[in-house]
Design a protein around this ligand. Structure first.
Ligand SMILES: [Zn+2]
Length: 169
């Protein structure tokens, strides 16, 4: 099942998500649906709040279907360490049509549970490091635009409000 992506303005995106506790068949189906919804939206990462489900769950595939072993499920993830710095543009499926330069850590290590509840640790660099930071932020009710200068963020919010008034958001 493909879920519609929740857009900025919906309070679920700015709410801290609840931990995943049941690693059952329902969760497996949800994870499958999240991958499907992410690919459909042309994304490389998707957090459950972005489909309106306030759970600490995210999926990532920075190879976009090229490497099946690159598919990652992050349940209850925590960042263990962040190192270095990378420049680059960042966007978000919930803030469509905007992309901004945003500095992030270059190397990020996380600890998370997979779809069966098994804990694992993984270190990502560059795009994967950026995806870890972006998706884990989502689970804490934080969007990438919260990291921008208030001037830039206000500009984006104003443009979004204009789109909302015209029913285009
Ligand atoms: Zn996002």
């Amino acid at each position: 099942m493909i879920y519609p992506i929740v857009k900025y303005g919906d309070p679920v995106l700015e709410t801290k998500a609840a931990p995943v506790t049941d690693f059952d068949e329902k969760l497996q189906k949800l994870v499958e649906d999240m991958f499907e919804s992410m690919y459909e939206a042309q994304g490389v990462g998707l957090a459950a709040p972005q489909i309106g489900i306030s759970l600490q769950l995210a999926v990532i595939d920075t190879t976009f279907k090229e490497d099946p072993t690159a598919k990652l499920v992050l349940a209850n993830p925590v960042i263990l360490s962040m190192e270095g710095k990378q420049a680059g543009q960042e966007g978000c499926l919930s803030v469509p049509e905007f992309r901004e330069n945003l500095a992030r850590a270059r190397t990020v290590s996380i600890r998370a549970q997979d779809v069966h509840g098994n804990w694992y640790e993984k270190t990502g660099e560059d795009l994967l490091a950026r995806a870890f930071q972006h998706e884990i932020d989502h689970l804490h009710g934080k969007l990438y635009i919260h990291h921008l200068s208030s001037l830039k963020r206000d500009l984006i919010k104003r443009k979004i409000r204009r789109l909302q008034r015209h029913g285009e958001w």
